[in-house]
Write a protein that binds this ligand. Sequence first.
Ligand code: SF4
Length: 176
Amino acid sequence: MSAKEFMKWSSELFDEVVRASGVKRAVDKLTLPIWSWALRNSLFPLHFGIACCALEMAAASAARFDAERFGFVFRSSPRQCDVLLVNGWVTTKLRPDLRRLYEQMPEPKWVVAMGECAISGGPWYDSYNVVQGLDTFIPVDIYIPGCPPRPEAMLDGFMKLQDKIRAEMKGTFLED
Ligand code: SF4
Protein backbone atom coordinates (compact mmCIF):
# COMPACT_ATOMS: atom_id res chain seq x y z
CA MET A 1 0.00 0.00 0.00
CA SER A 2 1.45 3.39 -0.97
CA ALA A 3 1.58 6.32 1.47
CA LYS A 4 -1.20 8.05 -0.47
CA GLU A 5 -3.44 4.96 -0.34
CA PHE A 6 -2.72 4.56 3.38
CA MET A 7 -3.69 8.19 4.08
CA LYS A 8 -6.94 7.76 2.15
CA TRP A 9 -7.76 4.47 3.89
CA SER A 10 -6.97 5.81 7.38
CA SER A 11 -8.95 9.03 6.94
CA GLU A 12 -11.98 7.08 5.67
CA LEU A 13 -11.65 4.67 8.60
CA PHE A 14 -11.41 7.55 11.09
CA ASP A 15 -14.44 9.19 9.52
CA GLU A 16 -16.46 5.95 9.78
CA VAL A 17 -15.47 5.39 13.43
CA VAL A 18 -16.35 8.90 14.65
CA ARG A 19 -19.59 8.81 12.71
CA ALA A 20 -20.64 5.39 14.07
CA SER A 21 -19.66 6.20 17.66
CA GLY A 22 -21.66 9.43 17.77
CA VAL A 23 -18.50 11.45 18.49
CA LYS A 24 -19.06 13.46 15.33
CA ARG A 25 -22.51 14.56 16.46
CA ALA A 26 -21.23 15.43 19.95
CA VAL A 27 -18.32 17.50 18.60
CA ASP A 28 -20.69 19.24 16.22
CA LYS A 29 -23.04 20.14 19.04
CA LEU A 30 -20.20 21.53 21.13
CA THR A 31 -18.59 23.56 18.38
CA LEU A 32 -21.66 24.75 16.45
CA PRO A 33 -22.04 28.08 18.27
CA ILE A 34 -18.30 28.81 18.08
CA TRP A 35 -18.01 28.09 14.37
CA SER A 36 -21.17 30.00 13.57
CA TRP A 37 -19.96 33.02 15.55
CA ALA A 38 -16.52 32.91 13.92
CA LEU A 39 -17.89 32.47 10.40
CA ARG A 40 -20.35 35.33 10.52
CA ASN A 41 -18.00 37.78 12.21
CA SER A 42 -15.05 37.31 9.87
CA LEU A 43 -16.52 37.45 6.37
CA PHE A 44 -13.90 37.91 3.66
CA PRO A 45 -15.53 39.22 0.45
CA LEU A 46 -13.66 38.95 -2.83
CA HIS A 47 -12.38 42.36 -3.92
CA PHE A 48 -13.85 42.28 -7.41
CA GLY A 49 -15.44 45.55 -8.56
CA ILE A 50 -17.16 45.35 -11.94
CA ALA A 51 -18.98 48.65 -12.46
CA CYS A 52 -20.36 51.77 -10.78
CA CYS A 53 -21.72 49.89 -7.73
CA ALA A 54 -18.10 49.11 -6.87
CA LEU A 55 -17.68 52.76 -5.85
CA GLU A 56 -20.30 52.22 -3.15
CA MET A 57 -18.41 49.09 -2.07
CA ALA A 58 -15.27 51.25 -1.77
CA ALA A 59 -17.17 53.88 0.21
CA ALA A 60 -18.53 51.21 2.57
CA SER A 61 -14.96 50.07 3.24
CA ALA A 62 -13.57 53.55 3.85
CA ALA A 63 -13.36 55.39 7.17
CA ARG A 64 -16.86 56.90 7.20
CA PHE A 65 -18.82 53.62 7.00
CA ASP A 66 -15.96 51.37 8.14
CA ALA A 67 -17.16 47.90 7.08
CA GLU A 68 -14.22 46.33 8.91
CA ARG A 69 -15.82 47.04 12.28
CA PHE A 70 -18.32 44.28 11.39
CA GLY A 71 -15.53 41.91 10.37
CA PHE A 72 -15.88 42.39 6.60
CA VAL A 73 -12.33 42.35 5.24
CA PHE A 74 -11.83 42.45 1.45
CA ARG A 75 -9.29 40.07 -0.05
CA SER A 76 -8.01 39.79 -3.62
CA SER A 77 -7.61 36.02 -3.94
CA PRO A 78 -10.71 33.79 -4.22
CA ARG A 79 -8.87 31.14 -2.21
CA GLN A 80 -8.87 33.47 0.81
CA CYS A 81 -12.54 34.51 0.46
CA ASP A 82 -15.89 33.18 1.59
CA VAL A 83 -18.17 35.81 0.01
CA LEU A 84 -18.46 36.56 -3.70
CA LEU A 85 -19.76 40.14 -3.89
CA VAL A 86 -20.88 40.95 -7.42
CA ASN A 87 -21.59 44.61 -8.05
CA GLY A 88 -22.20 45.43 -11.70
CA TRP A 89 -23.49 43.98 -14.94
CA VAL A 90 -22.12 40.58 -15.92
CA THR A 91 -21.38 40.26 -19.60
CA THR A 92 -21.49 36.90 -21.36
CA LYS A 93 -17.72 37.24 -21.79
CA LEU A 94 -17.20 37.68 -18.04
CA ARG A 95 -19.62 34.90 -16.99
CA PRO A 96 -17.22 31.92 -17.26
CA ASP A 97 -14.46 33.78 -15.40
CA LEU A 98 -16.84 34.75 -12.61
CA ARG A 99 -18.01 31.14 -12.38
CA ARG A 100 -14.37 30.01 -12.15
CA LEU A 101 -13.68 32.51 -9.34
CA TYR A 102 -16.71 31.14 -7.48
CA GLU A 103 -15.47 27.57 -7.89
CA GLN A 104 -12.00 28.54 -6.60
CA MET A 105 -13.46 29.75 -3.30
CA PRO A 106 -13.36 27.17 -0.48
CA GLU A 107 -16.51 25.98 1.33
CA PRO A 108 -18.44 27.33 3.11
CA LYS A 109 -19.10 30.27 0.79
CA TRP A 110 -21.89 32.70 0.00
CA VAL A 111 -22.83 34.99 -2.87
CA VAL A 112 -24.17 38.55 -2.67
CA ALA A 113 -25.73 40.28 -5.70
CA MET A 114 -25.37 44.04 -5.18
CA GLY A 115 -27.34 46.43 -7.40
CA GLU A 116 -29.93 46.02 -10.14
CA CYS A 117 -27.34 44.97 -12.73
CA ALA A 118 -26.15 41.98 -10.72
CA ILE A 119 -29.73 41.08 -9.76
CA SER A 120 -31.38 41.27 -13.18
CA GLY A 121 -29.16 42.97 -15.75
CA GLY A 122 -30.34 46.46 -14.68
CA PRO A 123 -30.59 49.02 -17.49
CA TRP A 124 -29.18 46.35 -19.84
CA TYR A 125 -31.75 43.69 -18.96
CA ASP A 126 -32.55 43.10 -22.65
CA SER A 127 -29.03 43.45 -24.04
CA TYR A 128 -27.72 40.61 -26.18
CA ASN A 129 -24.45 40.68 -24.24
CA VAL A 130 -25.53 41.04 -20.58
CA VAL A 131 -26.53 38.13 -18.32
CA GLN A 132 -30.07 38.53 -16.98
CA GLY A 133 -29.10 38.12 -13.35
CA LEU A 134 -26.28 36.47 -11.41
CA ASP A 135 -28.57 33.71 -10.15
CA THR A 136 -28.88 32.30 -13.66
CA PHE A 137 -25.47 30.66 -13.23
CA ILE A 138 -24.42 30.98 -9.54
CA PRO A 139 -26.61 30.40 -6.42
CA VAL A 140 -27.23 33.80 -4.78
CA ASP A 141 -27.79 34.10 -1.01
CA ILE A 142 -28.45 37.82 -0.58
CA TYR A 143 -29.84 40.47 -2.96
CA ILE A 144 -29.14 44.16 -2.30
CA PRO A 145 -31.44 46.23 -4.55
CA GLY A 146 -30.67 49.77 -5.73
CA CYS A 147 -28.94 51.62 -8.53
CA PRO A 148 -26.60 51.99 -6.84
CA PRO A 149 -27.34 50.75 -3.31
CA ARG A 150 -25.90 53.12 -0.73
CA PRO A 151 -23.03 51.92 1.51
CA GLU A 152 -25.52 51.51 4.38
CA ALA A 153 -27.56 49.17 2.16
CA MET A 154 -24.45 47.09 1.47
CA LEU A 155 -23.71 46.82 5.18
CA ASP A 156 -27.35 45.92 5.80
CA GLY A 157 -27.11 43.17 3.16
CA PHE A 158 -24.04 41.73 4.87
CA MET A 159 -25.85 41.78 8.22
CA LYS A 160 -28.65 39.80 6.58
CA LEU A 161 -25.99 37.36 5.45
CA GLN A 162 -24.78 37.10 9.05
CA ASP A 163 -28.36 36.25 10.09
CA LYS A 164 -28.51 33.58 7.41
CA ILE A 165 -25.24 32.04 8.63
CA ARG A 166 -26.56 32.11 12.20
CA ALA A 167 -29.70 30.29 11.02
CA GLU A 168 -27.68 27.70 9.09
CA MET A 169 -25.51 26.95 12.18
CA LYS A 170 -22.71 25.01 10.51
CA GLY A 171 -20.72 22.72 12.80
CA THR A 172 -17.12 21.52 12.83
CA PHE A 173 -17.79 19.13 10.00
CA LEU A 174 -19.82 21.74 8.12
CA GLU A 175 -22.81 19.44 7.87
CA ASP A 176 -26.48 20.28 8.49
S1 SF4 B 1 -26.98 48.91 -10.56
FE1 SF4 B 1 -26.75 51.02 -11.33
S2 SF4 B 1 -24.99 51.84 -10.18
FE2 SF4 B 1 -24.92 49.59 -10.00
S3 SF4 B 1 -23.61 48.88 -11.67
FE3 SF4 B 1 -25.72 48.86 -12.43
S4 SF4 B 1 -25.99 50.86 -13.43
FE4 SF4 B 1 -24.17 51.02 -12.12
